[in-house]
Ligand binder design. Structure first.
Ligand SMILES: [Zn+2]
Length: 248
């Protein structure tokens, strides 16, 4: 097992060298012989030479365009970062909006996440969508075509969204070194096993979203987090779909 990890680390170093992240291939091979030197080139989020799995619950939230930020919070307004999220560059903003569905049902104080995007989007758990009276489809973030709309209400204005209300499909962010480690690629599906007393759950269909910089992190919604009592989990395993798994 240790040998497998070492192989992955070395492959990662080689890849970085090819991409020009290292000054020369010679320094990569020198680093490969020294564990101290290697740690300096660890992929994002890795601890002790291997991926460090994190599972986070995404509570209902809103992504906004720059234009909608100004409509909702006043001309010249921008998002004000409040808390940094685990993924570098992303944050929960100080601002919240009210999400209003048909028949005046509403969810107050829905957090805005930054940075702003090209399209505004509302991400709900199933329980939220039931209480709002909106039949939100499961979609991958950004795939909002044909989804239902809603009204967003801020302190300075109101935005009518014609589409953009979804339930975010469960997914795992990772960088390419993580993907190599697990033997998966972008758009593959994985399984997340959450062991929790009297409450074990296996989540199927965890979509791989791999890019250069992401840190290994599974995102599930509040309904999913509650179903497995994530807070009380004693063990969490991320794995390839069993049917494809060479280890079995
Ligand atoms: Zn995510």
């Amino acid at each position: 097992m240790t040998q497998t990890i070492d192989r992955v680390r070395i492959e990662t170093l080689v890849r970085e060298a090819i991409r020009g992240s290292l000054k020369s291939a010679a320094s990569a091979s020198a680093a490969a012989g020294q564990s101290n030197a290697m740690s300096a080139f660890s992929p994002p989020g890795w601890v002790d030479g291997k991926p460090n799995l994190r599972v986070s619950i995404s509570a209902r939230h809103v992504h906004l365009t720059d234009e909608h930020v100004e409509v909702l919070f006043g001309a010249g307004s921008t998002l004000e970062p409040d808390k940094a999220l685990y993924q570098d560059g992303f944050y929960a903003a100080k601002q919240t909006v009210m999400v209003v569905g048909p028949r005046r049902r509403m969810l107050p104080n829905v957090r805005v996440l930054g940075p702003t995007r090209d399209f505004s989007q509302v991400e709900l758990a199933l329980t939220d969508s039931i209480s709002l009276g909106i039949d939100a489809p499961i979609r991958h973030s950004g795939h909002i075509h044909g989804s239902p709309g809603c009204v967003l209400v801020g302190p300075k204005g109101t935005v009518q969204l014609d589409q953009g209300v979804i339930r975010a499909a469960r997914h795992v962010h990772m960088n390419f070194a993580d993907a190599d480690y697990y033997g998966v690629k972008n758009s593959d599906k994985m399984q997340l096993v959450v062991r929790s007393k009297e409450c074990n759950v296996v989540f199927e269909d965890v979509l791989v979203r791999a890019d250069e910089k992401a840190k290994l992190e599974v995102h599930i919604d509040t309904d999913e987090g509650n179903a497995c009592n994530l807070e009380a989990a004693s063990e969490i395993i991320l794995r390839k779909n069993e049917c494809n798994c060479k280890d079995h």
